[in-house]
Design a protein around this ligand. Structure first.
Ligand SMILES: Cc1cc2nc3c(=O)[nH]c(=O)nc-3n(C[C@H](O)[C@H](O)[C@H](O)COP(=O)(O)O)c2cc1C
Length: 126
């Protein structure tokens, strides 16, 4: 059947929560985001990562197969534990089209950069 005749949604969102295994340093998060953004870009995945009081919440959006491959990487990371079962929903339109992974954190980083968490958040935008 021609894809144009199917109702199958092309885009999905995926949301989960997890706990950091220990206090994370600014440099670790920066490194994580650099790698994550490269993989996400390659898979057509966009989204936002929140890190508040040792808890992660991440929202990703993209094609189903790309999301599966990215989530497999996320699950394999030793930096977090107790991941919730991901919520997958069909999506009509991206909400974070311009962000390979936006990042927002409180001041709870183990060793915040001298310029503080707010500046880190700005600097890590992409
Ligand atoms: C909270 C959290 C969020 C993550 N988000 C992503 C992501 O959006 N994309 C991704 O590819 N990996 C993500 N990861 C996985 C790690 O960054 C992983 O180490 C990385 O994908 C491996 O890249 P590499 O194989 O190039 O070293 C995440 C890990 C954690 C702990």
């Amino acid at each position: 059947m021609s894809p144009i005749l199917t109702d199958a949604p092309v885009l999905y969102s995926l949301t989960y929560r997890s706990l950091a295994v220990r206090p994370l340093r600014h440099a670790e998060l920066a490194q994580l985001l650099v790698a994550a953004r490269q993989h996400n870009q390659a898979e057509g995945v966009t989204g936002i990562l929140l890190f508040l009081q040792g808890r992660f919440m991440q929202y990703l959006e993209g094609p189903a197969d790309g999301l599966d491959r990215i989530f497999a990487r996320i699950q394999a990371s030793p930096l977090h534990r107790d991941l919730t079962e991901p919520l997958r929903e069909p999506l009509a339109q991206r909400a974070y089209a311009d962000w390979t992974m936006a990042f927002l954190a409180d001041a709870d980083l183990a060793h915040p950069a001298p310029y503080g968490a707010a500046a880190l958040t700005q600097r890590l935008k992409s």
